[in-house]
Design a protein around this ligand. Structure first.
Ligand SMILES: [Zn+2]
Length: 259
């Protein structure tokens, strides 16, 4: 187990963000990073954000980029008491922004961080405590209570966001329909692909090749790719909107239907 606070230094905590939109919040947070190319970080993060909001609900956003920084995982966190529009799926303004820069060599750590954030911030009482933290010390103390489970790649739960895989699937289909390569499309694909851990990406590619679809909905406990009933055990696991599971029958990625 690692503590979230191990990845956040006091200088990377902003107790009140001054901007009111996502772009200025991202720039402000990136400005707290030392010895890195902040412009590259901001550009990558904004490009990623433009494709799919990283707001994960409950007033939290998680803008991120995969960049070689030599540091593993680097996080800056900022609060906004008035709230920032992050184009969240629940339409709620964001009060807490975690800017995360991670290395290609640490995909599992990144996935686990994402899952720990969701788990903790789902609790209203925890959200309130963080939002009422008055200074950096209080904030860091609270963040220290968030534990990140560091597990082996093979055991990792699939918490890759369903919306990313769906977008990736749309883009791959678009690419297949093109006669000529589109540089814009290639760049979008590259950005999205860098968000997906290697194991899932190779599964995704295999599925696309085999079926032409890699991720499908689950409706009433039935996989909409092969139309087989899922086992009761799997049905019970499928409850998180943005999580991805695997159909036991056709091995496609399956996820709850988007609203
Ligand atoms: Zn299936």
């Amino acid at each position: 187990m690692k503590k979230l606070s191990e990845f956040i230094s006091p200088e990377n905590v902003l107790i009140e963000l001054t901007g009111s939109d996502s772009e200025s919040a991202i720039k402000e947070l990136a400005g707290t990073f030392e010895n890195v190319n902040r412009d590259v970080i901001v550009e990558r993060v904004l490009h990623r954000e433009s494709m799919d909001s990283t707001a994960i609900g409950h007033g939290i956003a998680f803008p991120h980029a995969r960049i070689e920084t030599g540091k593993g995982l680097t996080i800056a966190v900022g609060k906004s008491s008035k709230g920032i529009d992050f184009n969240a799926f629940d339409k709620k303004p964001v009060n807490l922004v975690f800017l995360v820069v991670w290395q290609p060599s640490t995909p599992i750590l990144f996935t686990q961080l994402f899952s720990s954030l969701i788990k903790n911030f789902r609790k209203q009482d925890f959200r309130n405590r963080i939002l009422s933290a008055k200074n950096k010390v209080e904030m860091i103390e609270l963040l220290a209570t968030i534990k990140i489970k560091v597990i082996e790649e093979a055991e990792a739960e699939i918490v890759c966001t369903a919306s990313i895989l769906r977008k990736l699937q749309d883009l791959e289909r678009k690419r297949m329909g093109l006669k000529r390569k589109s540089p814009k499309l290639e760049k979008e694909l590259e950005t999205l692909r860098s968000d997906v851990n290697g194991d899932y990406l190779s599964r995704f590619d295999r599925l696309m090749k085999r079926y032409g679809t890699a991720i499908v909905d689950v409706a009433d406990g039935v996989c909409q790719g092969c139309y087989m009933n899922l086992s009761t055990g799997l049905k019970n696991q499928i409850k998180y909107r943005n999580h991805v599971y695997i159909c036991e029958n056709c091995s496609r990625f399956i996820a709850l239907k988007e609203d």
